[in-house]
Ligand binder design. Sequence first.
Ligand code: SAH
Length: 217
Amino acid sequence: MIDETHKAQLIMELRRQGVADQRVLEVMERIPRELFVEDLYQDQSYANRALPIGCGQTISQPLVVGQMTQALQVDKRMKVLEIGTGSGYQASILARLCRRLYTIERHRPLLRVAEARFRQLGLHNIHTIIGDGNRGWPEQAPFDRIMVTAAAASEIPQTLLDQLKPGGIMILPVGPTAGQDQDLLRVLKDEDGQAHVERLFPVRFVPLVEGLPVGNG
Ligand code: SAH
């Protein structure tokens, strides 16, 4: 059973932990996280933790979603790219804050379920594709903002940086994923195309994998 008080408590916790952007908090209050959570974990929909979503992947912890969304500084005029659709939760939140959201997922079964959720929520500004997010989405580039929700092993993927507009921001976790934290980075690309990297805080993500799964049915 979904308890509205759990949701209200979660929003208060996000605020306490530094999610101050009112637009981000309002959108997180409006998007039903239970829609993105598997039956087995329904009662934990508003717990502040990551949960399994199938294909060995997870829906991120709400606090991390709030912090990453806030750090991306999205507005209604922007074209945004997300790598790693997963459950579609982060994509739905971004879609409410930007003009168009493009999202890439390598697991076909996850993407199909996420697309059904976008339709159910009437989110018609989300464009999806099956693919390897390391390659970005060249046909739609450049983007005002890029968010990567899986961890790059050792460095910022140059292809993604190339697809970011001058003046744009990219948020991504970088570092090995074998049981340790990664660094969440904010990359600012200046008007001359120079990247400025700021380390935000430690996070734990699944790895950004190369290529597509075998037999991606
Ligand atoms: N944003 C998601 C969380 C996703 S977990 C949500 O809100 O639920 C990370 C996702 O990134 C997984 O679904 C994983 O399959 C995907 N992923 C990992 N490497 C990828 C790649 N190279 N290209 C596209 N998706 C990738």
